[in-house]
Design a protein. Sequence first.
Length: 163
Amino acid sequence: MTMEEQLEEIIERTQIADLLTRYFAAVDDKRLDLDIVEATFTSDAKIIRPDGSEIVGKENILDGHKKSFARFKATHHVITNFIVDINNNMAVLRSNIIANHIWADNEDSPALNNKYFLADGVFSARAIKVNNQWRISELMNNVVWRTGDGMKEMLDFFKHSKK
């Protein structure tokens, strides 16, 4: 592999890793919108949640994540240890995720106010090149462990969101 080919591969790996980094920065900064979703995902992208439920399509991803993350006063996602394997216009990504969540004040569940939970896991993603731009076509979050307050409420939210 020539130096130029190696440099191109490094650039493409960085572009793919940046998709997740920028997306979750928007989630944490509470500025998630359709522009960010479109810059991150293919039109038929699929997100597989930790409970196995799926969200398919950019509009559904935006709606699902806005509803899910509205439950939190703050979130902080740390995404590390990217491994990106590229094969022509397709790529597979693996990274670690540490996700901190502070529950928003909630009149229905005041016991959760100012409490948190922490989840660590592994992201697995597939990306494809669309119009010379990398986009995620599938993203799965495999939670390795969780701790903190309100885990039952979080699981109940996912059960009700499937309906």
